[in-house]
Each structure stands twice: as structure tokens, then as C-alpha cells.
Design a protein around this ligand. Structure first.
Ligand code: SF4
Length: 331
């Protein structure tokens, strides 16, 4: 089996895109993701090893999962990540590898990523104001992130900026952030805030939802022309006149795009989710460590895909834990 004929769920959605979290740890403390004191990180032995991740990525790529996003926590806090990326970048059934990072440590690895052919980076950036950046992330790393941003541009990476829009925090920065797409050939995406904050106490209100974000961009830019997106894209994309880049809105809490969802998630401890909002349905770490074969692993995989929820609203009803930190879920 190859990426040409993937495994499909009961609603006919092909499973083609794995979001793999390589660590639950992060160097930042964004309050829409975790409390100020962080979360209870697991012992290293409880994390998937690189060998176990390689086995999973390879096996799933042979069964139709040809697209991989490396996430965390912050992927670059895990030691030897580049060696792991080098090992999977040679897998023939893996068509695309991309990375989501907060950009603080990313800069020094950019030339190496280019050499591996990994040139699609999502940069999490929720403010262009140093003081507000510090308030949101509880760390003083704004300059480092902006240096990484400019290095990404200079080295011609495919850059998407992910800004989480938080009511009463940064909604007034939507338009200044969008202006970056007037200056650079990048995608600036605005994401509805989700409840995955590890119990940091924030309760997203959704007042700044995809409709309101769009209104703000329309008021600022006037006419916005829709831009075609890949079938499985979560972003509704637009472009203003003479804009080298583009803008995207991700209705992550409204969940307007579940009908074409081809995404699955494996957390850093091996937890498998068929939906971001759903419960852990299988633990691949435990499954592998109890000596099961690849065939048994794929059979177990198929079984849980057969029970996949129709959408994120249905999946959320099945989840006992509603505010697991995004650093655990892997985004
Ligand atoms: S909410 Fe769940 S089903 Fe909907 S797009 Fe996200 S992961 Fe897919």
C-alpha cells in the first residue's frame, strides 16, 4: 500500500497527514497553551524514542500517510532532532515533511533543514510587540524569533506565520501582522483560540472567531480575493491587491473544515488521536514496547480509524479531558 491508496475513515476521508509531536517540552509558556509553571513533563523514558518514531512514520507512510508535520511542545528542544529528520527524509513514501516551531532555537538549524529538503516552516508568532510577546509567552525571546523570521525569508523557506487571536490580548495586532504579507511572500494565518491550555485558566470566548477576524481584515485591506487552497487545508485563504503573500483564517474552534480532515496525531508519549478534540484512542509506545509486529500495529490502527468521529464536535463529546495542553496534543 502507498500514499496513492490510503486508509479511509467511515466518512470516506483518506488518512494522509500525520502530526507527530517529538516532545511535550517547550521553552515558552504561552498562556493559551499552558500555565505559567508549565505542565508535568513526562520522564524521558516515557517519550517515544527516535527509533520508535522512525518505525511509526515509515510504517504509516507505507499505508498512505505521505505527509508529516513535526510538532511539540517545541521540537528543537529535543536533542538530536536533526539526526531523526535526516533519517526520515529518505523515506520513499513520505512526500512532504514540514515543521511547526516557535522559532527561538530554530535559526541555527535552517541550513541543515535546507540540505534535507525540509523547507516548509510554520512559525508561531502571536505579537509583533516585544512587551506583548513577553506577556503572552512569559519569556523575553522576541528578538530571537524575529531574527529567525528574517533568516527564514533570506534562505527562501516556505513560511507560514501562525497567530492565535486572543480576545483582550492581541486582536488589535491582526492587521499589523497581516501587513507582513504585504512585505514578504509568506502566509499569515489567524487561528481561533482553542481550549487546550493545560488549565491555565483562560476560557476562550470565540468572540474573535473566523467571521470577526475576516471582517477586521476586510475593513483594513478593503477587497480580499479568495486564494485556492489544498483540499485538506484548514485555512480559508485570501489576498489583498498587490500582496506578495497571502492571509489565512483557521476556524480551529468553530471547526468548519472537518469534512475534509485527513489528519491524525501521535503525541510525544505515543498517544494516538484521530481528532485533535478527541480522546487518546491507542498508545503506540506501549503497543510497540509490548512486542507487537508491524502487521498487528496496522490492524490496530485500522480498527481505531473505523471508529473515527465525524467531526471535532462529536469527538469532543468523547474526550474526558477538555483542556489538555497543546504541548501534549502536538497541535
Ligand atoms: S477538529 Fe478533528 S475532525 Fe475536525 S479538522 Fe480538527 S482534527 Fe479533523
Amino acid at each position: 500500500m502507498t500514499s496513492e491508496n490510503p486508509i479511509t475513515d467511515p466518512y470516506g476521508r483518506p488518512i494522509q497527514y500525520l502530526r507527530l509531536s517529538v516532545t511535550d517540552r517547550c521553552n515558552l509558556r504561552c498562556h493559551y497553551c499552558m500555565p505559567a509553571g508549565g505542565i508535568d513533563y513526562v520522564k524521558r523514558s516515557m517519550l517515544l524514542s527516535y527509533e520508535e518514531m522512525y518505525r511509526l512514520v515509515n510504517l504509516l507512510s507505507e499505508h498512505g500517510v505521505g505527509k508529516l508535520r513535526i510538532t511539540g511542545g517545541e521540537p528543537f528542544v529535543r536533542k538530536d532532532l536533526m539526526k531523526f529528520l535526516a533519517s526520515i527524509s529518505g523515506l520513499k513514501n513520505l512526500k512532504k515533511i514540514s515543521i511547526t516551531s516557535n522559532g527561538v532555537f530554530l535559526g541555527e538549524y535552517l541550513p541543515g533543514l535546507k540540505d534535507l529538503g525540509i523547507n516548509s516552516i510554520n512559525l508561531s508568532l502571536d505579537s509583533l510587540d516585544r512587551k506583548r510577546f513577553n506577556e503572552i509567552t512569559r519569556r523575553d525571546d522576541f528578538e530571537k524569533v524575529m531574527d529567525t523570521f528574517h533568516a527564514l525569508i533570506d534562505l527562501d523557506f516556505m513560511v507560514k506565520i501562525n497567530m492565535v487571536v486572543m480576545e483582550g490580548v492581541n486582536e488589535h495586532e491582526i492587521n499589523p501582522m497581516a501587513e507582513l504579507a504585504m512585505r514578504y511572500p509568506i502566509s499569515v494565518r489567524f487561528i481561533e483560540e482553542m481550549p487546550f491550555n493545560g488549565g491555565s485558566g483562560r476560557q476562550p470566548t470565540l468572540r474573535w472567531n473566523h467571521v470577526k477576524i475576516k471582517e477586521s481584515l476586510h475593513q483594513h485591506f478593503g477587497k480580499l480575493v479568495p486564494v485556492a487552497s489544498e483540499k485538506d487545508s484548514t485555512a480559508e485563504r485570501f489576498r489583498a491587491e498587490d500582496m506578495p503573500g497571502d492571509l489565512g483564517i483557521i476556524a480551529a474552534y468553530s471547526r468548519t473544515f472537518c469534512g475534509t480532515c485527513n489528519r491524525i496525531r501521535i503525541g510525544a508519549t505515543g498517544g494516538f488521536r484521530t481528532c485533535l478534540y478527541g480522546p487518546e484512542v491507542l498508545n503506540f509506545r506501549d503497543f510497540m514496547r509490548s512486542g507487537h509486529s508491524d502487521d498487528a500495529l496496522i490492524e490496530a490502527f485500522k480498527k481505531v480509524i473505523e471508529k473515527r468521529a465525524r467531526n471535532g464536535l462529536q469527538a469532543e463529546k468523547l474526550a474526558k479531558e477538555k483542556s489538555t495542553s497543546m504541548s501534549i496534543l502536538g497541535g
